[in-house]
Design a protein around this ligand. Structure first.
Ligand code: ADP
Ligand code: TYD
Length: 194
């Protein structure tokens, strides 16, 4: 199964995905983690474009949409291989939903984002870690372009708009690390029968 953790910067995705992998392994699953942007050369290029001195203007957002989509495809072969086994699980920190929510600007049609991400794999379950943008910014280093409360306020709203699909679950990420992990485990037990 392919499980995705989503949410704005600092919402706890990386912390929670590592704990979740460990828990799944303890339950006998062959669980591994994936992270976007990846460690590929495209991921490295993206990291350069996310530096604070870079712009979030429309052209850059269009360019990032394409780079993120290409970077995502670097994971596809490995993901397909892993997912071909019944006991294997992948927990991913971000997915194409990040593009849908972060690259959502007036100059980009949402359908275009879906189109350029057409060949990336779709998840079995997506969990959105919902957190107030001020709280999330206070948890970040503040060294990347999107780590800005105003931008993340809009992005958070975009995430909440996704929650009418039954495979996309929003959870409250404002509790302690242990509390949030417990909520995520309960969602998996309920939704995936794990
Ligand atoms: P993300 O991957 O969503 O950016 P991280 O897991 O890297 O978030 O967490 C960002 C920072 O916040 C880290 O320093 C982490 O230790 C801290 N953190 C994560 N979850 C919590 C939590 N529930 N309460 C307080 N701090 C947290
Ligand atoms: P990440 O390192 O996951 O940030 P964080 O750990 O703070 O949540 O991602 C880097 C930045 O890239 C983050 O601001 C979100 C952004 N991003 C997009 O804008 N679109 C995308 O498709 C992805 C995968 C990430």
């Amino acid at each position: 199964m392919y499980i995705i953790l989503e949410g704005i910067d600092g919402s706890g995705k990386s912390t929670q995905s590592q704990l979740l992998c460990k828990w799944l392994q303890e339950r006998g699953y062959n669980a591994s983690g994936m992270v976007e942007p990846t460690k590929s050369s495209i991921g490295a290029l993206i990291r350069e474009k996310l530096q604070l001195e870079e712009s979030t203007n429309d052209t850059n957002q269009q360019m990032l949409t394409l780079l993120f989509a290409a970077d995502r495809l670097t994971l596809k072969d490995e993901l397909e291989k892993v997912l071909s086994s019944k006991t294997d699980m992948v927990v991913s920190d971000r997915s194409f939903y990040s593009s849908v929510c972060y690259q959502n600007t007036d100059s980009i049609r949402p359908e275009w984002i879906y189109e350029v991400n057409k060949y990336t794999l779709r998840p079995d379950l997506t969990i959105i870690l919902d957190l107030d943008e001020e709280e999330s910014v206070s948890r970040c280093d503040g060294d990347e372009v999107f780590e800005d409360a105003k931008f993340l306020h809009k992005t958070r709203k975009n995430y909440l708009n996704l929650v009418n699909d039954e495979d996309i679950i929003k959870i409250d990420a404002s509790g302690s690390i242990e509390e949030v992990q417990e909520i995520i485990r309960q969602v998996l037990i309920e939704k995936l029968g794990i």
